[in-house]
Ligand binder design. Structure first.
Ligand code: SAH
Length: 338
């Protein structure tokens, strides 16, 4: 049995063709599942008895479970229990421009960034597409509202689970389904170059965010082991290629770590690195975790850093802090409980 939420429209169309049914039944199924939110094949009244019989034989509609919800101001953290007992988290944020969900893409993470809590548990497995789709469906159901935007920035490295993440995006973007617009979807990566290139070929309007966090290889390799494989010497030219090909602006994420990457000289080096590129830099106040060796930069330091970038014509913002008090902020999500 296949979970129906693993299936993109195209996959459903192929399925219906394979059982000698009309392709348009895929769209009908999508409307039942994602718009009418009916989770019982027998109720799909326009799909036809014969097709429903097939659906029931080949597919299941089973859900991961919300195990716990922590509520803060403008933010809710959801702990999910997967069908095999593993756990992941997702975060709902209320922005003035709408509701956004930060979804996880893996159980644990192998990237080993020195400052990040989510990677304390090594990758156990990739999430399947349905496990990402259901994070959205269950949160929509819980709050009884529609989600406006999705960021793939929770636990895991999305480009280490490329195919499932791509199908997830196709499903939530589907016009007759959840219809979350491409420009309202952001995928954040630590910089897995071959996958950035593959993603670039899709030529989508989906936003790409790169976790940069340091302006040179020496500092970056200390913070992010991935830099030893895909260093700035190959990452930066790839980003330039991406911008040229897609005509899209890239977000550069830069977490502000006291005395590690937040000096004036770091800011100037960053200016040099990004000069002329269509990027905007998002400075992320570091959320302190059990990695006691890292401290957050002071607000004055962040503002000084911000001003240096700004003065040198780099687009820059300081990320609004969400969810610190319920451990729902960037880098604080986990796959294991205390
Ligand atoms: N693996 C992906 C997405 C998950 S992390 C990536 O690396 O982009 C989402 C963002 O939060 C990344 O930029 C990550 O570096 C940042 N982050 C990790 N730990 C953090 C912390 N403690 N405080 C603030 N940001 C953190």
């Amino acid at each position: 049995m296949k979970n129906v939420f693993n299936y993109t429209k195209e996959m459903l169309e192929n399925y219906f063709e394979s059982i000698n049914e009309k392709k348009f039944k895929a769209t009908q199924v999508i409307e039942w599942l994602y718009q009418k939110k009916v989770y019982d094949f027998d109720s799909f009244s326009n799909v036809g008895k014969e097709a429903i019989k097939h659906l029931k034989e080949d597919f299941e509609i089973s859900f991961i479970k919300i195990e716990n919800v922590l509520e803060g101001k403008l933010v809710k953290k959801f702990l999910f229990r997967l069908l095999d007992g593993e756990k992941i988290e997702a975060v709902l944020m209320e922005h003035d421009y709408g509701l956004s969900v930060c979804v996880s893409s893996q159980v644990g993470c192998n990237m080993g960034c020195a400052f990040c809590e989510s990677g304390r548990l090594k990758k156990v497995r990739n999430l399947e597409t349905y496990e990402m789709v259901e994070q959205i469906l269950l949160i929509e159901d819980y709050i009884n509202k529609r989600i406006d935007s999705v960021v793939i920035m929770g636990i895991g490295e999305p480009f280490d689970n490329y195919d499932n993440v791509i199908n997830f995006i196709k499903i939530i973007n589907e016009a007759k389904g959840l219809a979350i617009g491409s420009r309202h979807i952001t995928i954040s990566t630590c910089g897995i170059v071959p996958k950035i290139k593959e993603f670039m070929e899709l030529d989508w309007q989906v936003n790409l965010a790169i976790s940069l966090h340091a302006p040179n290889n020496e500092a970056r390799s200390k913070l992010m082991p991935v830099n030893k494989v895909y260093s700035l010497d190959i990452l930066i030219p790839t980003l330039k290629e991406y911008i040229a090909k897609t005509n899209r602006r890239i977000t550069i994420e830069y977490v502000m770590l006291n005395m590690i990457n937040d000096k004036d000289s770091d800011a100037l080096e960053l200016v040099k690195l990004l000069k002329g590129m269509n990027v905007y830099v998002n400075l992320i106040p570091y959320n302190e975790t059990t990695h006691i060796e890292f401290k957050k930069s002071s607000m004055e330091r962040i503002e000084k850093f911000f001003n240096i970038l700004k003065k040198n014509n780099i687009n820059v913002t300081i990320r609004k802090e969400f969810g610190g008090n319920i451990k729902a902020a960037c880098g604080q999500l986990r796959s294991e409980s205390d």
